[in-house]
Structure formats: C-alpha cells, structure tokens
Ligand binder design. Sequence first.
Ligand code: MRU
Length: 350
Amino acid sequence: MAQPATLRWIGDLPGVLRLIDQTRLPGEFVEIDLQTVEQVWEAIRALRVRGAPAIGCAAAYGVIVGIQDFLKAARPEFDARLQHVLQYLATSRPTAVNLFWALDSLRDVAASLPTETPAAIARRLLDEAQAIEAEDRKMCTAMGQHGAALMPDRGGVLTHCNAGGLATAGDGTALSVIFAAVAAGKKLQVFADETRPLLQGARLTAWECHQRGIPVTVVCDSMAALLMRDRKVSAVVVGADRIAANGDVANKVGTYSVAVLAKAHGIPFYVAAPSSTFDLTLDSGAGIPIEERSAAEITHGFGKQTVPDSVKVWNPAFDVTPAALIAGIITERGVIAPVDREHVTQHLKP
Ligand code: MRU
C-alpha cells in the first residue's frame, strides 16, 4: 500500500507546505500546514520533518513560504528577503547536506534571473522546489531498483533509524531497497533498530513497514550483535546524511556501531543515498559537522526523566562510518563498490 506523501505544496503562489508531523507518529497521524518560514525552520529543527532528502525538499519549499509575501516588493527588498530566508533556513540543522544542496539550487536559480520581477523569480523558485521533490521521488525508485539485487532472497535485513518514505519525497533510500526487493519476490524480514534517543526506527520504520505489510521486528540498538551472531540478519542497509569524497558516511548515531558489528560477523553493510547526499568538498568524514542536540532528549525522552538531575549528557545526533566498513553505496546511478575515493569520484562524474 502506498503511504501518504511526507510533504507537499498545497496551492500555487501563495501556497502552504503541508507535511506529516513525524513527532506524532506512530500514535497519531497528523498533517500540519506551514505558512511562515519560522514554522518551517521549527519543523526541521524539531524533526517534524526529518531525514536528509525530506529536509532538503522542506527547505526548498520553506524558501517559497518565506518570500511569497514579498512578490510586490521592489527588487532590492525582495533580494534582501530571499538572502535572509536562505541563510535562516541553513541554520535549522547542520549535518544533512541535502538541506544546503537544495538551498544552493534555489540561490543559483535566483542568481540567474538578474532582471526579472520578484513574482517571476518566485514562480521559477517554486518550479525548482517542485523539481527537487520530483527528482527525489525518481531517485528513490532508482535506488530501490539498483539495490534490490544486493538483498538476500530470503531472511533478515537490519536497518538503523528511518531511511524510508518519511525521510524522502518518494519510497525512501534504504527502505526503498527493501521495498523493491520484496516487490521482486524476495522474502525479507526487516529488523529495525529502535534508534535511541528519538526512536525513529521503532516509531517510523516500523510504522512504514507495517503499513506496507512487510514483516518487521523492532530491537533495541544494543541487540544488533546478538542478531548477527545468531544469523538472524544477513545484510544491513542504512541511509546517509552526508557522504565525503572518500566514501565516509555520516548517518544517525549508532550506525557506526552497526557497521563495526557487521564487519566482525562477515555481514555486508550497505548504504543507500542519492547523489544529493554526497559532499565532494569534504576530503573525509572528519570534516562532516555533527549536530549535537539537547540533553533533554536523553534525560527526559518522551516525557519521563531517566537520568538523575544535573548529570552530564552527550547527545551527538550522527556518527561517521569509515568507508572501509561499507560493502557498497547504492545511489540512483548504480552501486559504488569498493567504496573509496577513486570509485566515488568515478561514479559521480557529471
Ligand atoms: O535525525 P534524523 O531523523 O533526521 O536522522 C535521519 C537519518 O539519519 C537517516 O538515516 C538519513 O537522513 C537518511 S534518510 C533517507
């Protein structure tokens, strides 16, 4: 069964950004309409919309939300507003490069129209935001097709966090691979790491698989070693937030541990990500900015205090998996393997 769109533009100019509030899942399915750029910023920061490609799409539409009251303004005032909105949205989250990629695409479109009216520029920016969304949907489908062949014919596949439809405009990255493999007749059982502290695996991956009728079992993050030792999983597939030129991958914190465990147990560890998730300006994963989130996500997860008052907490939201632990990176173009600088460069050549 197809799941509802993670996000979509409603109306024309003016319009609103409608998205599923992912903080309410799985208990409640609620869509929210965002009418100000501050609301879009907050939705990205609070993970109402999350996952690298979905953040990129939301930011692109966020620009339209932020400029649409300035269509009758004089050009200098419109330009100043556009720059402000672009800079502001760039501060919402630091790690997923898709956010910056989408904002840069819109900035480039505006820069290519030096003599147009604000209304004409806004129209072109809306077209661009819609093209980014449509392109993301296509890339998800292509990743699924390329990755399905790498999945076992039957058995367990482990994933971490949520890299499904909720994290993209389409069917997802890692989950698209699993969905395509199942559609091709493979008998897969998904194991979803619960993904502390915000439980994207338990809340979102489990919800998506369940909606589609794909068998899914949620495990605590600390159970992955046991799953692998007992041969309950024979492959791992995860998404990515940013991939450096040498193939190092930033993804949800805990991904690195899973990759180390997979290596120790001789289980292939795959990453699925579109080309918009690569950051070739970074030589290695050491340069990837890692978001640190509030201590309250750990001390008071989902409302209950689980850490004594005044105890220190460290809450990085992502970690970096070294390229050497990755059996292949699945993109919309095919599969990068082995994962190293040479093959990444070759694969992404225009
Ligand atoms: O903090 P989140 O929920 O935005 O983190 C998301 C992830 O780490 C995903 O695995 C990644 O963005 C890939 S989504 C296709």
